[in-house]
Design a protein around this ligand. Structure first.
Ligand SMILES: [Fe+2]
Length: 179
């Protein structure tokens, strides 16, 4: 009588597939691939600037000293709130068009186009000048991106216009303190 062969080891179950293959995009895009790529890059670059703007404004908020400390300190927190909210809007727009946003600190450090903000205490005058320069750079970069999205995605362009409108107004209000 043939010996019963030892029961075969149960075949290894392959690991359950993740919800999507690693390289497949889980979110579809309403845009063509080319328009999605151009718009996604614009949104990603904007995200890095806005995260950095939020960090710069907080750094200044903590380190400002001087006669106008309180006004500048409080106005900086308004800028923090705006920058954080806009960063979220931009990141979520990127997701909506099927692009994965990257808001990691290391990516921001490498990719932000904002001027460096110095460490240590800063007088109210130094802070105002730095924020005027920083906002000037942010809005100049946004203006270029509004042009870049003109042919690729008007909905993203509309978001960039709304952000520019708010930050240009803020730029005015910071400049007014230098007069
Ligand atoms: Fe605070």
């Amino acid at each position: 009588m043939a010996q019963k062969s030892a029961p075969k080891a149960a075949p290894k179950k392959s690991a359950p597939k993740k919800s999507s293959a690693k390289n497949a995009a889980p979110i579809t895009s309403p845009l063509s691939n080319s328009d999605r790529d151009i718009t996604g890059r614009v949104l990603q670059d904007t995200l890095l600037d806005l995260i950095d703007l939020h960090l710069v404004a907080k750094q200044a908020h903590w380190n400002v000293v001087g006669k106008f400390f309180r006004d500048v300190h409080l106005q900086l927190d308004e800028l923090v709130t705006s920058a954080r909210g806009f960063a979220d809007d931009v990141a979520e727009r990127a997701v909506t068009i099927g692009v994965s946003p990257d808001g990691r600190a290391s990516t921001v450090a490498k990719g932000s186009g904002l001027p460096d903000f110095p460490a240590d205490w800063r007088t109210d005058g130094q802070v105002i000048e730095a924020i005027v320069d920083t906002l000037g750079e942010v809005v100049a970069r946004l203006r270029k991106r509004i042009d870049e999205t003109d042919k690729t995605d008007l909905v993203s362009q509309d978001l960039l216009i709304a952000i520019s409108s708010d930050l240009e107004k803020s730029h005015w209000m910071w400049q007014a303190q230098l007069a």
